[in-house]
Design a protein. Sequence first.
Length: 553
Amino acid sequence: MSIRAVCFISDSDRFVASRLDLESDSIQVFAKSKPKQLPAAYAVRNEDLSLLEKFKDLVFHRGKKLEAKPLSKLLLGHTKIPLLTGSYKDAGQLVRSIRTLLKNAKKERNIYIIGANEDVFEELWRRYPDVGSVKSKSPEPLESTGSTFLSPLEISRMIREEVPVSLESRFVGQSDDVRLVRQLIMRAAKSDETVLILGDSGTGKEIVARCIHDYSQPPRQPFTPVNCGAIPSELLEAILFGQEKHTFTGAETQRDGLWKEAGYGTLFLDEIADLRMDHQAKILRALQERKIRPIGKAKEIDVHARVIVATNRDLFSMMRAGQFREDLYYRLRSFLVRTPALRDHPEDIPVLARFFWKEITKDEKNILPDKVLSELQAYRWPGNARELKAILSNLYILFGKDRIQLEHLRLVFQLGGQTVGVSAPASADTELDSHLVECFRHLKRIDEVVHACKVALEPLVEKKRSDTPTVESVRISLRRRLNELELLCQHPLLFHTELTFSIVYRFKGKLTYFSSLLDGDLRSAFRFWRKELSAEFKLTVSTIFKEVEHLLP
C-alpha cells in the first residue's frame, strides 16, 4: 500500500525537503540499508502510522506529541525507528520542528517518522508544487529527488565560487548563512559593482568589506575606510571630496579627499545611513559619473575606486519614510550582502567562541569547557560577535585561560549587567512564533525586491525611453532582480500563505516573460506591460502588504 510522505534530509551541507510516494514495506529497506543521507525525517498522515507499526522489529510508537516537548526530547536516543503521532497546527510549525530535530540528530544517523493531521499534511504537501511524487522502494530516490526547500548554502552552490581556506578563518562559521556570505564575498570580489552590506552591529560588515577588497581580481590597493557617522556633517564633504587652498573654509593647505586618495583601490563608506540628504545626492552623482568636485575647485576630477557601503539600519524602510534617497538606495543595492545576526545562526556560537578564545589567549591548544560553550549558546547576543568576543576577553582578563568554569562565565555576565541561562526547551508555541518572525522578514525582503523591479523599469515604462543603452540597462537590472526573486521563491513556506506565494510566483513568471520580450520587439513588451504586468505589480505589492499587516501583532 502506498504512503504519501514528505522527506527531510539534513547534514553539514544542506536541509532538503522532497515529496515521495512510499510503499508501506519500504521502511524495511531504508532501515536495513542505512543510506548516506541519514539522519532523515518523514512527515506522514497520522492515520498512515498504523501501516508502519506492524514492523515491530524495526519501529516503535512514541505516542502523541505533547505540546510542551520538542521532537528531540521524544525521538532521539533510540536504536529503533521512532514513530510519533503529531499535533501540529500548521505546516510551517512542523517543518521548523523537524529542522531542529535533524540538527540535533547528526550523530545518531537514524530515521524519524512524524505524523500530522490531515489538513496539516495536505498543506505541507501543497507547499512543494515543483516536485512530483516519486515511487520509492530503495534509498536511491533520496539522492535523485528534487528540492523545493533550499537552504542558503544550496543557493550559494548556484553561485559556484571557490572559497579559499583563508577566508574561512576570517569570516568564521559553518552555518548555511555564514557559508552564503563567504560565497557572496568571492562573487563580489570578481566584480567592480558597488556593494551594499546590511547587518546588525557586530555582525562583521567591515570584515566582509575588507575580504571583498583583499580577494579582488585584479588586486586593489589601498583599502580606505570612512565612518560617515563619526565625521561632522560640515566637514564630511571636504574630507571625502577634498578642498582647494584658501577656500571659504579658511584652509591653508590643499587637501585631496579620501575618494581620490583611494585611487584604484576600495573606498568603504560605513554607516552610510547617517549621511545628510544633500550629501547623499553628491554621493549618488559621484557613483554615477565617476567624478567628484573638491570644494573650491571649478572642474570635476575623475575617480576610480571601487565603492563598498554598509549600515546597520533598515535602508529600505528609511527610503520608504523619505529619510534616504530612493535613487541612491537602488544604486547601492545592485549587489547586496546581508551579514546574519548571531541569534539567527546559534550553531556558530561555539565555533566563534573557540576561534576568539584561541585568538585572545594566544594558545592554540587551550579549549573552553563544553558547559561554558553551552551557556554561551543559550544567550541571545544582541551585540553579536563583537559582544561575544568582549565577554571572552573579560573572562580571560579576570580568570586567565586555565581551568575556566561555568561559574566564572556567569560572574562575567553579572558584572556586565547581563543575564544568561540555559534556555528551556522550545515549545510548539515558541517554534510557531519563530516561524512567523521568519515569514515577516522574508516578506519584507520580497517587498523590497518587487519595488526594486519597479524602479528598474521606470526609465522604460514611465519615461518612455527606448534607446539601446536604456533597454540594455533595464535588461541587466531586471536579470539581477529576477535572480533575487528566484531565490526567495525557493522558500514557499516563508510566504505564510499559499495565496501569497502563488501571486508572487506568478508575478515572477510574467516579469520573466516581459524581460524576454526586451530582446525582441519593444512594442510587444510595452503592450504586455500595459495589459498585464502593470496590474500584476499592483496586485503583488498589495498582497504582500496585506500579508505583512496580518503578521503584525
